[in-house]
Ligand binder design. Structure first.
Ligand SMILES: [Zn+2]
Length: 199
């Protein structure tokens, strides 16, 4: 059950949470973090679920790392190296994830649910498989819940190419190491959605 892997740990001090701009999700943006740190505690302020962030550099601050940034969720290691999904924003408010493109931004025009998969050193096939499987199941769950067509699941890179995000390459540079792609990812989501199995 994917729902058992989700916990909420809202970043209530983050300026994005405070702005609380309402949204109705029209799609999903998949990100990966771009740094080698697969532990949720780096980003998520919820000691009981993820352990203690010794540095206080999680995203439950006004501006994480000095930037106006926030996403809806992170996927990575919780306590005991269990891979979980931490929702740090309610899914009905806009996040500040994908930046601005030349046509608009999937942050708010139109608004997409956005999550980050915590990267490791990109060398563990097992970690890759596990995190992207959970990402797939999370997308199936979100597509069902918000009636989102899997065609509206994009990577940050695709968001940029479509004109709705800043110029980033995540997470394809990771996916291609394992002969994976967003097309294949969407196909897997669609297949599971069609199967209609409870996940
Ligand atoms: Zn990104």
């Amino acid at each position: 059950m994917i729902k058992n892997k989700i916990f909420k740990a809202y970043a209530e001090r983050n300026l994005c949470y405070i702005a609380a701009r309402k949204m109705i999700p029209k799609g999903i943006v998949v990100h990966s973090t771009g740094v080698n740190n697969p532990y949720l505690k780096r980003y998520v302020d919820c000691e009981e679920e993820v352990g203690k962030n010794e540095y206080g550099n999680h995203w439950n601050v006004e501006k994480p790392d000095g930037r106006k940034v926030c996403v809806h969720a992170f996927i990575g290691y919780a306590k005991n190296k269990k891979i979980k999904i931490a929702e740090i924003l309610p899914l009905n408010i806009c996040c500040w994830g994908v930046g601005q493109g030349n046509k608009g931004s999937y942050n708010s025009s139109p608004s997409y649910i956005q999550f980050e998969i915590c990267e490791d050193n990109l060398k563990s096939r097992i970690y890759y498989k596990k995190t992207f499987k959970i990402a797939k199941n999370y997308c199936v769950y979100l597509c069902g819940k918000y009636n989102i067509d899997p065609d509206n699941i994009v990577s940050h890179r695709e968001a940029y190419l479509k004109g709705y995000g800043s110029n980033h390459g995540d997470p394809e540079y990771w996916m291609q190491k394992y002969n994976d792609s967003m097309d294949k990812f969407r196909k897997r989501v669609r297949k599971k959605l069609k199967a209609g199995k409870l996940i």
